[in-house]
Design a protein around this ligand. Structure first.
Ligand SMILES: Cc1cc2nc3c(=O)[nH]c(=O)nc-3n(C[C@H](O)[C@H](O)[C@H](O)COP(=O)(O)OP(=O)(O)OC[C@H]3O[C@@H](n4cnc5c(N)ncnc54)[C@H](O)[C@@H]3O)c2cc1C
Length: 429
């Protein structure tokens, strides 16, 4: 039996705000380590989340680390690689064979995925309170975050919850971080992505498919190749998830009608794929993608930013689930160490290790990603890369490793060594 470290007036040892991939993963690790965790979630499960529903092997590794059974028998749809379409060519690139990551990606609707992770946290011992919307942080006289203000239940009853540590896992809205003045860093890239489900004969697919040519034809005399890509992910159940994501680094960002762009892209796909209005299921949903550590510092006294709340989306490819889980695992490790120390400077020293650990894990790689996103924001660079890069399969294998963060940092092949060297040379964001 563990002896609680909770002091009078505290509701938990750690409060986790938001039960998406970041929050549920952090809550699971923390509860497994014996901490008393309160997990606050504004919605009720199962609930929809606008997403592409795809995980590369990098994301699958996080599921495996968490002890989730990712075999197909357990309901996961596996894929063996990425199909890239563009520049007049179609390339099938298998996920690389690596020591660090499994050789398969997965697809699973977030409606089901997020509930599964939230239940995993509950089984580990975290106390999940659904229908609880956190509005702001409570701070003490020194500015340290010591709790949260929330509205609970259908009647939105005002409540407060206190704990020595709070994890902000509330996604791109980052309401908690904003309440203590942590604004996003505008010079770091953002993305916007939209998606919709369609009934389609392409539902069973061994590859995640990405379309690299997204043209903005709003001015017919001057079509612009946008920095981003469209995806078609077979869901295995008779439907596909189709969507597109665009980077903030192009002039078209903010002025593009993404829903219109999506319809015009899909109208250009073969009729037999079924990606037409009459096969659509539900509406087009969209959200922003906070990339390249666009909200820092990741630790301010009492508050850790995890997942989208800390801008953890990969600026190379827009992938965020695996990185939300990765940052959650790192945050949980740090919090467990911190909570084993007495309150005060020793505990703070451990907590200040969180931004350092995040920079070590992803800082240089994201720095390169932020540069990459600026470069492809220039239509000429984007056009040249698509035209000359895509037809070269060997080059594209390197590009896949770089864009999906799939390389071995130790004992890798020549490509892995090139990427590792490049990330070592880049200063961290
Ligand atoms: C269209 C689109 C497609 C995408 N496709 C992919 C993809 O295919 N693969 C991939 O890896 N990534 C994809 N992403 C990115 C991915 O969805 C996110 O990076 C990921 O969900 C981040 O996880 P998170 O836990 O940090 O935040 P979220 O998943 O946003 O979870 C935040 C949780 O906090 C809750 N919450 C929010 N505010 C409050 C509050 N005030 N109080 C209490 N609870 C709150 C929310 O209800 C939610 O449950 C896509 C994003 C978009 C928009």
């Amino acid at each position: 039996m563990s002896i609680s470290r909770r002091k009078a007036g505290e509701d938990a040892e750690v409060i986790v705000v938001g039960a998406g991939p970041a929050g549920s993963t952090a809550a699971t690790y923390l509860a497994r380590a014996g901490l008393d965790v309160l997990l606050l979630e504004k919605s009720t499960f199962p609930r929809e989340k606008v997403c592409g529903d795809g995980l590369t092997p990098r994301g699958v590794k996080q599921l495996i680390d968490l002890g989730i059974d990712t075999r197909e028998q357990a309901g996961w749809l596996h894929n063996r690689g990425l199909r890239v379409v563009g520049g007049g060519v179609t390339l099938e690139l298998d996920w690389p064979d690596l020591a660090s990551f499994p050789p398969y990606g997965v697809v699973r609707p977030r409606q089901d995925f997020d509930e599964m992770l939230a239940r995993t946290a509950q089984r580990a011992g975290a106390r999940l309170l659904e229908n609880t919307t956190v509005n702001s942080a409570i701070t003490d006289a020194t500015g340290r975050v010591i709790g949260v203000n929330a509205k609970a239940g259908p009647d939105k009853v005002p409540v407060t919850y206190k704990a020595p540590l709070i994890l902000a896992c509330d996604g791109v809205s980052a309401r908690l971080a904003l309440s203590v003045g942590l604004e996003k860093i505008d010079k770091r890239p953002m993305g916007v992505a939209v998606r919709r489900y369609y009934e389609s004969p392409r539902s069973k697919d061994d590859y995640l498919e990405s379309h690299l040519e997204l043209w903005d034809r709003s001015d017919p005399d001057n079509p612009v190749l946008l920095p981003g890509y469209g995806w078609i992910f077979g869901m295995g159940d008779g439907t596909i998830n189709a969507g597109l994501g665009i980077l903030s680094t192009s002039k078209a960002f903010g002025t593009t009608d993404y829903r219109k762009l999506m319809r015009s892209w899909l109208d250009g796909t073969p009729e037999e794929w079924g990606l037409r209005e009459h096969n659509a299921k539900g509406k087009i949903g969209g959200a922003a993608l906070p990339m390249g550590f666009n909200r820092t510092p990741h630790y301010t006294p009492g508050l850790l930013l995890v997942g989208d709340a800390g801008g953890m989306v990969n600026p190379f490819n827009g992938e965020g689930i695996g990185y939300a889980m990765e940052s959650a695992r790192i945050a949980a490790e740090i919090v467990v160490q911190a909570m084993a120390r007495a309150e005060g400077p020793a505990r703070e020293r451990a907590l200040e290790g969180y931004p350092v650990a995040m920079r070590e894990a992803l800082g240089s790689y994201y720095r390169l990603g932020n540069i990459f996103s600026k470069l492809i924001g220039n239509p000429t660079v984007m056009r040249t890369a698509t035209k000359y890069g895509l037809p070269r399969k060997t080059l594209m294998k390197l590009v896949l490793k770089l864009l999906a963060g799939l390389y071995d940092q130790r004992d890798g092949d020549a490509f892995d060594r090139v990427i590792t060297a490049a990330t070592r040379m880049a200063p961290s964001v």
